[in-house]
Design a binder for this molecule. Sequence first.
Ligand SMILES: *Cc1c(COP(=O)(O)O)cnc(C)c1O
Length: 373
Amino acid sequence: MFESFKPINRFLMGPGPANVHPKVLEALSKPTLGHLDPQFLQLMEELKNLLRYVFKTKNENTFVISGPGSLGMEASLVNMIEPDDKIIVCVGGYFSNRMAQIAEKFGANVIVVKEEWGRAIEPQKLEDALKENSDTKFVAFVHAETSTGALSDAKTLSKIAHDYNSLVITDAVTSLGAVDLYVDEWNLDVVYSCSQKGLACVAGMSPVTFSDAAIHHIKNRKTKIKSWFNDFNFLEPYWFGENKRAYHHTAPANQFYALHEALSLIKDEGIENSWERHKRNSNKLIERLKNELHLEPIVPIEERIPHLLAIKVPDGIDEAKVRKELLEKFNLEIGVGLGELAGKVWRIGLMGYNSNERMVDYLIKSLKEVISK
Ligand SMILES: *Cc1c(COP(=O)(O)O)cnc(C)c1O
């Protein structure tokens, strides 16, 4: 007789996945429903409304792509871009660079506005690029750049883009649920996220929302959308079909229960309270890292993602060894630096369910023991 797989109960304090709320794990084990079961369709309706709540939007076209954040990224770009369309992508890290790569794959004429890794996108740079490229159709940026810990001013970037008649595509993969995000107020046309970071759910679902302007654009394209799975015109009858829903793919029913539970927990707490909690606990963590371990974030204070810190590795410390000992002795996972920041930073996340004082205490205590050796 085989042995069931028994995962170690780790403390996940890196850039995601974060630990999943016990009630969300419980939701996963409920009886499976068919993807066209009337009760399942009811669940989809509730998911759309809960997502409108966390995105702060009235967008009708708010739903879930059955796949990770990266698939949401592809869905957002492929539905908008036609061959040779000009798109400005603001790149200051690993994930914004991925946006640029995907846009290029879909045949866009990609203009990159470069920012230093670890800094928010400078709005003036975007404006300068738009002045030089008056035929730009889209502006894309990452709100919370998880690879560097920098939070960009999505409201200002969006305002500038719209001043120059561009539609705005925003990555809210790390921001949704954890830091202030106002899709309607900030006029963000296409926004995608994930389930496993700020929402404290399991990975594999990408919430997305499309403004009326974005949908108008999709419906008036001259060329076909270069994807079958992500084509909004095919997803639409499944998520929004009047009176009759049509099969598109088999939605992961149990995962959707989990997402429903995770979103309901945020609604219960209040989204603004969730944002506040993330700031409060991160401020405590930053204070204690500084005072007790002389560790500091690389990102200037006013440009920081509250719940995901890139912490400078001190000279003379073997960063990989610290991570290894944290994992082996304390069951604690923190993140590695990516791209230009490889070997230079640790990435520490206090996301969703993990944003609490107990986790701050545990991290400080463990890091002290490992570093003091
Ligand atoms: C994690 C992340 C992604 C990719 O999400 P996956 O769920 O890993 O595919 C995209 N953008 C940002 C900013 C991220 O942090």
